[in-house]
Design a protein around this ligand. Structure first.
Ligand SMILES: NC(=O)c1ccc[n+]([C@@H]2O[C@H](COP(=O)([O-])OP(=O)(O)OC[C@H]3O[C@@H](n4cnc5c(N)ncnc54)[C@H](O)[C@@H]3O)[C@@H](O)[C@H]2O)c1
Length: 346
């Protein structure tokens, strides 16, 4: 079977990860790429000689394809996701779901009425080390998980990610989203209480470059994480992705599994001491996304963990963190979806 995907946005994600993923996917085919920037298309062209590259939206949507991957700046996710769904095309909308909660709600509404499936581009959910951590916790390998401590540090150009109108949140939505997604999987619940600090925060022209937060999942279990981004630099040391989950009968440590190459490492400590996890074979998380989308288009239900509704809930949680930091009011309840505590609306 051939699965024809069109990509909107020929930027870093597309060139670094999406084009190679489709090239390596049996039956996968990059049908078209849309970007208003001819230079971005020219940089992508050598790696996709058979694809139709265009700066023209209408010409892009005239191409026969099965699915669209929306890989644009966040404020354009809504526009292109809705246009693709209206044409009956399946969609991967990359994370975060949107730049604002209101825009995310419009995407969810469009998805609910669409004939084709849509998933959020949560590559971390496809990483084998994150999946193994989740499996070990669910199997009781460290007893009851009590605490998770995490860091996700990176870098960015001073571009749309720095501007609230295009990005929404800064490093919180770009990098800090990963500890939040993983903690929700590990604890099997949404957070109910939050403490946070971020900088800059509530600034109309600059998004956050640093944030730290504690999310409580009940009166005892919590995630504490830090996230930050430097400007314009990409030294290896600027990419930090690690977390530790402490249970009442053991510890799991994962490094690297929120980075984009699908690799990572997992170590576990229990009554017999520290040891590496069983050997795992990394998968390309982006290829895994396309394979999942193709199965969903063929009738398999969209997993809740990558659904548009989940993407909206995660975005709401990130905004609760930012709002808590902006209020400088200490800790507060996580209230989303019309003001009801998450624990009540779940
Ligand atoms: N899942 C992941 O691992 C991952 C990694 C990086 C980025 N992302 C997400 O992917 C998206 C893109 O990020 P990026 O790092 O590639 O950004 P980028 O700035 O490198 O690329 C964005 C591209 O979108 C293009 N664009 C702007 N307006 C457009 C329009 N109207 N129509 C079509 N294209 C348009 C730009 O010209 C640019 O080439 C963001 O939402 C980001 O959060 C996800």
């Amino acid at each position: 079977m051939t699965y024809r995907v069109g990509i909107v946005g020929a930027g870093f994600l597309t060139r670094h990860s999406l084009i190679p993923a489709l090239r390596d996917m049996p039956g996968g085919r990059l049908a078209a790429v849309l970007d208003p920037d001819p230079q971005a298309l020219a940089m992508a062209a050598p790696d996709c000689p058979d694809a139709f590259l265009t700066t023209d939206k209408d010409a892009f949507f005239d191409v026969v394809m099965d699915a669209v991957h929306v890989a644009t700046p966040n404020h354009l996710h809504e526009r292109f996701t809705i246009r693709a769904l209206e044409r009956g095309l399946a969609v991967v909308v990359d994370k975060p779901l949107a730049h604002t909660v209101a825009s995310g709600r419009n995407i969810v509404t469009a998805g609910a009425g669409a004939a084709a499936p849509a998933i959020v581009g949560y590559m971390s959910k496809h990483n084998v080390y994150n999946r193994e951590a989740r499996r070990l916790v669910a199997a009781g390998a460290i007893g009851t998980p009590q605490a998770m401590v995490a860091a996700r540090l990176g870098w960015r150009k001073d571009d749309w990610r720095s501007r609230p109108a295009e990005s929404g949140l800064g490093c919180l939505a770009d990098l800090g989203i990963y500890p939040v997604l993983t903690a929700i999987d590990i604890f099997g619940a949404d957070p109910v209480r939050c403490q946070a600090a971020a900088w800059p925060v509530g600034d109309p022209t600059r998004t956050d470059l640093y944030a730290q937060a504690t999310l409580w999942f009940d009166d005892r279990r919590y995630l504490h994480f830090e996230t930050a981004a430097t400007f314009h630099e990409q030294p290896a040391s600027a990419e930090v992705a690690s977390y530790t989950v402490v249970g009442d009968a053991g510890i799991i440590q994962v490094t690297g599994a929120w980075q984009m190459d699908g690799t990572g490492a997992l170590q576990m400590c229990d009554t017999s001491g520290w040891r590496p996890a069983a050997a795992l074979t990394p998968v390309d998380p982006y290829r895994s996304q396309y394979e999942l989308l193709a199965r969903c288009a063929a009738g398999e239900p969209v997993p809740g963990e990558v659904s548009l509704e989940r993407g909206l809930r995660d975005l709401e949680i990130l905004y609760v963190i930012a709002d808590t930091a902006a209020a400088r009011a200490g800790a507060g309840a996580v209230q989303v979806s019309g003001g009801a505590p998450l624990a009540e609306v779940r």
